[in-house]
Design a protein. Structure first.
Length: 365
């Protein structure tokens, strides 16, 4: 995540902030500007204005639950674009469920910010957009509720927001990393497979890299969970679960692509990666279309190594316990090309990034 700044005092403010912690100024996120902005109260105390945006703004009705996204006043909407994506939510009478839902919504807002920054389509499912996106963020009955994607609906079992529950599953399934944002990035990968691959001329290349998606899905997943082990072929799959089925390989690779971009943008905001010739020189999602995947990984590898070493220094688990190599890089490149293709078509003359000396051979050495 890039830095945002209070326009009154100049202090750095978090993406989720509703007020500046330094000067107390009200803040809100404008998805049309992809920026957290300082708000000026209008005569009507429920509305606000910001510089370089025409018209009055309302806070999302879910602002009491932590949402800082704004929407244009008078549109007839009371929820922001991110919150309108949520179709199912828990009963407000269950405080534990509401707190879990708030955690999931915070992760979803970060996801939507990232998808917008990459110019990927995020349409709220409605009668006029039946192929749009929707989220069910709910507590599912029984142990081991299903988190998944089906025909544009992403379901997240809110039990996944409980760190102890999530870590217990991670250990039982021999997963190096399990997170709420990781679940959302994985499931959204399934949603975009249909739009970026399944209905395009790139399906043959997908099958060359990932395998044939027509393989029996249920049988493949059952086989995977019957033989879960701690290791996997890291030259072929980014995670062990990626080896269960070609569609899961795509979704896992898509999620890790988003992990790497977001973490690299965060590191760049803290001056931890080399500057590029793209935009303002600091790596941001919008600059990805001017970079090859090898260049992105060369920015990312030293950040990942440092983050893991710092975690070890304080007795924590590694932040990113993976090292993309071999055909995993080819798969990341395939995802990258599908994601950035519309941007490159729209801006064919975008400047290239500076050349960065590779830190690791492409074949993993």
């Amino acid at each position: 995540m890039r830095h945002f700044f209070c326009e009154r005092c100049g202090g750095v403010v978090p993406f989720a902030a509703q007020h500046c912690s330094t000067c107390g100024s009200p803040l809100g996120y404008l998805s049309s500007l992809r920026s957290v902005r300082t708000l000026t109260a209008a005569p009507d105390p429920t509305t606000f204005t910001v510089d370089d945006h025409d018209g009055l703004l309302w806070r999302c009705l879910n602002s009491a639950w932590g949402c800082n996204w704004m929407l244009d006043a008078g549109t007839g909407n009371t929820w922001c674009r991110s919150c309108r994506l949520t179709r199912g939510r828990p009963d407000e009478g269950r405080r534990d469920a509401i707190e879990a839902w708030m955690t999931a919504e915070a992760a979803k807002r970060r996801l939507i910010y990232q998808l917008d920054s990459l110019a990927l389509p995020v349409d709220v499912r409605s009668s006029s957009a039946p192929d749009g996106l929707a989220f069910d963020l709910v507590h599912l009955p029984g142990e081991g509720g299903i988190t998944g994607h089906l025909e544009g609906v992403v379901t997240l079992d809110l039990a996944e927001t409980d760190a102890h529950h999530r870590d217990d599953l991670r250990r039982r399934l021999n997963e190096p990393l399990r997170s709420v944002i990781g679940h959302l990035r994985h499931e959204i990968g399934h949603y975009y497979w249909d739009r970026l691959v399944g209905q395009t001329e790139h399906l043959d290349r997908f099958r060359e890299l990932f395998g044939d998606e027509r393989l029996d899905y249920r049988a493949a997943i059952e086989a995977h969970y019957s033989t879960v082990t701690a290791g996997w072929d890291t030259d072929r799959h980014v995670t062990g679960y990626a080896g269960s089925h070609p569609l899961e390989d795509w979704a896992e690779t898509f999620a890790h692509y988003l992990h790497i971009l977001d973490a690299t943008e965060t590191a760049a905001a803290h001056d931890l990666v080399p500057r590029t010739s793209v935009g303002a020189g600091v790596f941001v999602h919008e600059a990805a279309s001017a970079l090859d995947v090898d260049e992105i990984l060369d920015l990312w590898r030293p950040v990942s190594a440092a983050a893991n070493a710092i975690a070890e220094s304080v007795g924590a688990t590694p932040v990113y316990p993976f090292e993309p190599r071999g055909s995993v890089i080819d798969k990341l490149d395939f995802v990258h090309q599908r994601v950035i293709a519309p941007q490159r078509r729209a801006n064919p003359d975008d400047g290239r990034a500076i050349t960065i000396t590779p830190t690791t051979p492409r074949n993993g050495g």
